[in-house]
Design a protein around this ligand. Structure first.
Ligand SMILES: [Zn+2]
Ligand SMILES: [Zn+2]
Length: 64
Protein backbone atom coordinates (compact mmCIF):
# COMPACT_ATOMS: atom_id res chain seq x y z
CA UNK A 1 0.00 0.00 0.00
CA UNK A 2 1.07 3.59 -0.54
CA UNK A 3 -0.41 6.87 0.53
CA UNK A 4 -2.53 8.88 -1.83
CA UNK A 5 -5.04 11.65 -1.51
CA UNK A 6 -8.78 11.29 -1.82
CA UNK A 7 -9.74 13.02 -5.04
CA UNK A 8 -12.88 14.46 -3.45
CA UNK A 9 -11.77 15.77 -0.05
CA UNK A 10 -7.99 15.51 -0.26
CA UNK A 11 -7.74 13.30 2.81
CA UNK A 12 -4.75 11.01 2.91
CA UNK A 13 -5.68 7.44 2.08
CA UNK A 14 -3.94 4.21 1.25
CA UNK A 15 -4.10 2.64 -2.18
CA UNK A 16 -2.59 -0.41 -3.77
CA UNK A 17 1.08 -0.05 -4.62
CA UNK A 18 0.36 -0.37 -8.30
CA UNK A 19 -2.46 2.19 -8.30
CA UNK A 20 -2.08 4.89 -10.92
CA UNK A 21 -4.86 7.24 -11.87
CA UNK A 22 -5.94 6.54 -15.42
CA UNK A 23 -7.34 9.38 -17.42
CA UNK A 24 -9.85 9.16 -20.22
CA UNK A 25 -8.65 12.43 -21.75
CA UNK A 26 -8.08 16.03 -20.69
CA UNK A 27 -11.80 16.54 -20.23
CA UNK A 28 -12.46 18.82 -23.15
CA UNK A 29 -15.82 18.05 -24.75
CA UNK A 30 -16.13 14.96 -22.62
CA UNK A 31 -18.25 14.02 -19.62
CA UNK A 32 -15.18 12.74 -17.79
CA UNK A 33 -14.29 16.36 -16.98
CA UNK A 34 -10.63 15.42 -16.96
CA UNK A 35 -11.10 13.28 -13.88
CA UNK A 36 -9.44 9.88 -13.61
CA UNK A 37 -11.61 6.96 -14.66
CA UNK A 38 -10.55 5.06 -11.55
CA UNK A 39 -10.51 7.81 -8.92
CA UNK A 40 -9.26 7.03 -5.43
CA UNK A 41 -11.69 8.00 -2.68
CA UNK A 42 -11.47 7.76 1.07
CA UNK A 43 -14.04 5.50 2.69
CA UNK A 44 -16.23 8.45 3.58
CA UNK A 45 -16.40 9.87 0.07
CA UNK A 46 -16.75 6.42 -1.44
CA UNK A 47 -19.80 5.81 0.73
CA UNK A 48 -21.25 9.21 -0.15
CA UNK A 49 -20.75 8.74 -3.87
CA UNK A 50 -22.02 5.18 -3.73
CA UNK A 51 -25.20 6.41 -2.01
CA UNK A 52 -25.65 9.22 -4.52
CA UNK A 53 -25.39 6.79 -7.40
CA UNK A 54 -27.81 4.42 -5.72
CA UNK A 55 -30.28 7.26 -5.26
CA UNK A 56 -29.93 8.40 -8.83
CA UNK A 57 -30.58 4.93 -10.12
CA UNK A 58 -33.67 4.53 -7.97
CA UNK A 59 -36.80 5.06 -10.03
CA UNK A 60 -38.94 7.95 -8.78
CA UNK A 61 -42.28 6.28 -8.47
CA UNK A 62 -43.29 7.45 -5.03
CA UNK A 63 -43.41 11.19 -5.89
CA UNK A 64 -46.53 12.96 -4.65
ZN1 LIG B 1 -12.60 11.80 0.76
ZN1 LIG C 1 -12.82 11.89 -21.48
Amino acid sequence: MKSWNCIACGKEIEVEDDYEPQYCCDGRDCTCMGQPVNPAFCDECETKIFRQQALQQEPEEKGK
